[in-house]
Design a protein around this ligand. Structure first.
Ligand code: ADP
Ligand code: AMP
Length: 217
């Protein structure tokens, strides 16, 4: 299955992506995780991306599209993939379509996790992430078993530098201006399905699971 996840920052895309990836045996590809890994390793890509990410802005399309082209050409994406955080602009969506056309494949579904703005701030300021495996927790809504430690790999959890109140507001504005148009873009292609992301984490997954089972080939 070839899946993209849409939804505002803090909707729960990363959280659900881990479960979808495990259940359907497809790689979880998060452009945010790829950028953060590069930032930690201080690569040229990471140094450039950090300038944009710290302000809550999008990383320029050219850089982001090249990363995805590279990643989707990997062997592990032959039988499907789950994109989390890509595309974020219609231009990125068009680039993905061109790439899949070239590969003779196509998207199966664009899954929108719907969460209104008033839920987002508390989710993002309470978010704690593992920079090693990408797992995402919340101090109240989804705490790790041992405080400050990742359940999956045991590494330290950190607060993301871009999860401050000011940056979150900027990111939501940018989402509304640049990413929300993708909802109509995929709806027009009859690829869009939406779930209510305000439910508990397990209930959101149940909704997603039943949609994905119904389209599984
Ligand atoms: P995104 O990848 O869409 O930015 P995350 O999956 O990182 O979002 O989730 C953002 C924060 O909200 C995390 O701290 C996560 O633990 C928490 N969270 C995710 N889904 C839910 C939910 N359904 N209810 C409450 N908190 C959630
Ligand atoms: P995320 O982990 O998905 O919340 O992404 C963190 C940050 O990385 C975003 O706020 C952007 O600055 C940047 N980013 C991630 N994915 C993209 C993308 N597809 N296009 C542009 N910037 C991105």
């Amino acid at each position: 299955m070839r899946i993209i996840l849409l939804g505002p920052p803090g909707a729960g895309k990363g959280t659900q992506a881990k479960s979808i990836s495990n259940k359907f045996f497809i790689p979880h590809i998060s452009t945010g995780d790829i950028f953060r890994k590069n930032i930690t390793e201080k690569t040229p890509l990471g140094i450039e991306a950090k300038k944009h990410i710290d302000k809550g802005h999008l990383v320029p399309d050219k850089l982001t599209i090249d990363i995805i082209k590279d990643r989707l050409n990997n062997e592990d994406c032959k039988n499907g993939f789950l994109l989390d955080g890509y595309p974020r602009t219609v231009n990125q969506g068009e680039a993905l379509k061109t790439l899949l056309d070239e590969q003779g494949s196509s998207l199966d579904i664009a899954l929108l996790i719907k969460v209104p703005r008033e839920f987002i701030l508390s989710r993002m300021t309470g978010r704690r992430v593992c920079l090693t495996c990408g797992a995402s927790y919340h101090v109240t809504f989804n705490p790790p078993k041992a405080a400050g430690k990742c359940n999956v790999c045991g590494c330290d959890l950190v607060q993301r530098a871009d999860d401050t109140e000011d940056t979150v507001n900027e990111r939501i504005d940018i989402y509304e201006a640049q990413t929300q148009p993708l909802i109509k873009y995929y709806d027009d292609k009859n690829l869009l399905s939406a779930v209510d992301g305000t439910q508990a984490i397990d209930s959101v997954f149940e909704s997603i699971y039943s949609i994905l089972e119904s389209i599984k080939k």
